[in-house]
Design a protein around this ligand. Structure first.
Ligand code: ADP
Ligand code: MG
Length: 384
């Protein structure tokens, strides 16, 4: 057992869990360091360190045991990634992760490579916020520069007459540095999962069409119902980003498309992405296997979509009680439906507890199955 090479994963959530599944199937051992996250999703590893990320003993054990390391979540302290890199190879590299950790750096990086984004301003006080509100027309969204996910740390500011003053908005937002973005009237949201190997080979998956509810991903539809031009453009942009970051591993690029079919990059996730979970059941090689291949220096695999797929996120809202899941039989009855649960011990509203992938010979069938399951579990009703 100990002869099998060990992959170290920083983070204790579902992405690392799905990565561990694939790694173990492929004959690797997995060591997780959760940084204090004891939600339960990490349990699938061979060994789990529950210590905080500043623990010296965990650092020693992690770097002595793992042959190669990766991160499952971008909000891992860069100093830790740097320090691990002095002992064992860690992919993606800190330089790439730290760009994606900070919305200001991310936007500046994209601009320096002439990649389109939403109009934005960085604000550091009420005066600069006032200036941004005057410069950007229409509704805007304030976002914290760091640590946001699933819409956390965001405030919509409508362009109406009874809008609060810049000072009041600044106080409501918590007096913290932020990015102000123009709110796009979205036609569609897309994402492209891209992988780059140690030899520089760069490949993409078919774009996913993403629907959000309360800023949290609800459904991903693959292939996205877009023109071949938009599909190609988004994949080319994702490749350009990955190559410009000199990235090794899997990365997710989120895009906005407005009603004039303008493509804008929203954000970059330096890891496998929620909108790529269908790749486990619907693609020749999943995004998680691809990540293992990339970081361990293996050839990248086939990204081909074998069947149309629709992925539905299962949030804690549909649990009967924090530790009591609903009856899953209706999902198991549907041909082509695959249930994935993340092993988290407590459900909370908005918490990602699992997902279902519906595959079918046609996208319409997969969509119909997804809609029927949404009705069964009352997903998308006001109370859910
Ligand atoms: P997170 O890190 O929480 O995923 P995002 O910036 O991706 O943050 O925002 C989450 C979702 O909120 C987006 O997928 C989109 O649906 C909506 N959103 C965010 N920014 C904008 C914007 N500028 N215009 C329109 N919708 C937006
Ligand atoms: Mg996002």
């Amino acid at each position: 057992m100990d002869h099998e090479p060990c992959i170290g994963v920083l983070g204790g959530g579902q992405l690392g869990r799905m990565l561990a599944f694939e790694a173990r199937r492929m004959g690797f051992r997995v060591l997780k360091w959760t940084g204090g996250d004891a939600s339960g999703a990490a349990r699938l590893a061979d060994h789990t360190l529950l210590d905080e990320f500043d623990s010296e003993s965990a650092f020693v054990e992690f770097t002595n045991t793992a042959k190669v390391a990766t991160v499952e979540f971008e909000n891992i302290p860069s100093a830790l990634i740097n320090r691990i890199a002095t002992k064992i190879p860690i992919m993606p590299a800190t330089a790439a992760v730290s760009i994606c950790q900070d919305r200001e750096k991310e936007k500046n990086f994209l601009h320096s490579h002439h990649i389109p984004t939403t109009q934005f301003e960085i604000v550091k006080d009420a005066e600069s916020l006032q200036h941004a509100l005057e410069t950007i027309s229409g509704d805007v969204i304030l976002k914290t520069l760091r640590d946001g996910y699933d819409g956390k740390g965001q405030l919509l500011v409508k362009d109406d007459d009874n809008r609060l003053s810049a000072t009041e908005i600044w106080e409501e937002f918590g007096n913290t540095d932020a990015i102000v973005e123009k709110r796009i009237n979205l036609k569609i949201e897309l994402s492209v999962i891209c992988a780059r190997g140690q030899d520089g080979e760069t490949i993409t998956y078919d774009p996913a069409e993403n629907e959000h509810r309360n800023h949290i991903l609800d459904v991903s539809i693959v292939p996205a119902r877009i023109s071949p031009e938009l599909s190609q453009q988004s994949q080319e942009l994702a490749k350009k980003i990955t190559q410009s970051l000199d990235y090794v591993g899997v990365l997710g690029v989120e895009f906005f498309v407005d009603h004039d079919d303008n493509l804008m990059v929203n954000e970059i996730a330096p890891r496998p992405h929620n909108s790529g979970h269908h790749t486990i059941d619907a693609c020749a090689v999943s995004q998680f296997e691809q990540q293992i291949r990339a970081i361990s220096g293996l050839p990248l695999g086939d990204t081909r979509l074998v069947q149309p797929a629709v992925m539905l996120n299962l949030l804690g809202d549909i649990w009967d009680a924090p530790t009591i899941p609903p009856d899953w039989a209706p999902i198991h009855r549907i041909p082509g439906a695959k249930l994935h649960l993340y092993g988290k011990s407590h459900a909370k509203p908005g918490r990602k507890m699992g997902h279902v992938t519906f595959t079918a010979p046609t996208l319409d069938e997969a969509l119909a199955h997804m809609e029927s399951i949404k009705k069964t579990y009352q997903i998308g009703n006001d109370n859910h």
